[in-house]
Design a protein around this ligand. Structure first.
Ligand code: BGC
Length: 348
């Protein structure tokens, strides 16, 4: 079969190439790939900045935002041939740490977790892949290709859970939310915050393209420029850019008792504002900054419900480009107007 593979930490090593069929040790369910979403993490891996091959191997099959069709459900699953499934990304560490021991692999404390398509386990950008029944999530068949948005939805489901749980540290009635960055994660965050009846604002640097319309269509307000120039102090900020200056502005701008959730993975850089000044603003306003990564089964289950309940026409506008696997390089290069780019392996 064919797969999109990469030698992690080596730029320009990605290839669409012949690759052995998935081994039965990778799971008893055999799946035919339908599509795989592309995100910043994939770009980071292909650029040689992130990612780990399986132990003893030099190449990693890329892809963690999966959607596939069951070819063979195997002996141990309740799935049927033809069902649409998405694979959970992370596996618990083998020690295990206390969080992995209770199924909270997203909160792994010793860093020995593994992740499909990212860290030491092959991903889903291959014509066929295998998965263990306990890590296969059945998708509402009426979602069709939109099921490829499930993985990013899990990331947001966890992030918002963290925010609302953390908010219980004091009396808290959030009314306004700001999302920084109108990429797929930011837009899904805004969609879910709207579903929670908040007054939602989205800030992005793009003045044109599909993003402003997508934001207006969900009943939220679109802004460009700096968070510091907004005429309100948000109760919640979901930071989805990973850009230091945007994070600094967010910490300064959030309202008293407000919560900032960092979801973007940036790459450092020189910051203009001293960390001490930024921290002072957080202390004096009792702000909480919470980092959030990945998702566990609780979030996957909830995200499946949330995705199925979302406006399908709106969701389909988020998928702005589909590329063939042999053109995967094009999928990894950002083009004007891109929101979610997917690599499509077969018709849904
Ligand atoms: C994925 C997460 C993963 C994180 C860090 C993200 O792109 O969506 O599942 O935990 O990268 O590797």
């Amino acid at each position: 079969m064919k797969a999109i593979t990469v030698e992690p930490m080596k730029p320009e090593s990605a290839r669409y190439e012949d690759f052995p069929e998935p081994d039965e040790s990778e799971g008893s369910i055999l799946v035919e790939a339908v599509a795989c979403g592309v995100c910043g993490t994939d770009v980071d891996i292909v650029s040689g900045n992130y990612g780990w091959a399986p132990p003893g191997k030099s190449r990693l099959v890329l892809g963690h935002e999966s959607l596939g069709r069951v070819i063979d459900p195997g002996p141990r699953s309740s799935l049927k041939k033809g069902d649409l499934v998405v694979g959970i990304v992370r596996r618990p560490d083998p020690v295990p740490c206390p969080n992995c021991a209770v199924g909270e692999w997203d909160m792994c404390t010793n860093g020995q977790y593994t992740e499909r398509g990212i860290k030491e386990i092959h991903g889903f950008m291959s014509e066929r892949w295998r998965i263990e029944p306990e890590y296969a999530i059945k998708v509402d068949s009426s979602l069709g290709i939109l099921g490829v948005l499930l993985e990013p939805m899990t990331v947001i489901t966890k992030a918002l859970e963290q925010v609302f749980r953390a908010g219980q540290r004091a009396f808290w009635e959030p009314k306004t939310a700001l999302v920084t960055g109108a990429g797929p994660i930011g837009l899904l965050a805004a969609l879910r915050l709207r579903a929670n009846n908040l007054d939602v604002h989205v800030l992005d640097r793009n003045k044109t393209g599909p993003k402003p319309d997508l934001v207006h269509a969900m009943g939220a307000t679109y802004h460009t420029g700096r968070a510091l120039d907004l005429d309100f102090d948000p109760d919640i900020i979901i930071e989805c850019t990973g850009v230091g200056s945007v994070i600094g502005d967010s910490i300064q701008k959030v309202g008293s008792g407000g919560i900032i959730c960092l979801t973007g993975v940036g790459s450092g850089g020189v910051e203009s504002r001293a960390v001490g000044d930024i921290a002072k603003a957080a202390v004096l306003k009792n702000n909480l900054i919470v980092g959030s990564v990945n998702a566990n089964k609780r979030h996957w289950y909830r995200a499946g419900q949330n995705l199925a309940a979302s406006d399908r026409a709106w969701l389909s506008r988020m998928i702005t480009r589909r590329e063939k696997p042999e053109n995967f390089q094009q999928a990894l290069v950002r083009q004007p107007g891109d929101v979610k780019v997917i690599i499509q392996f077969s018709e849904v």
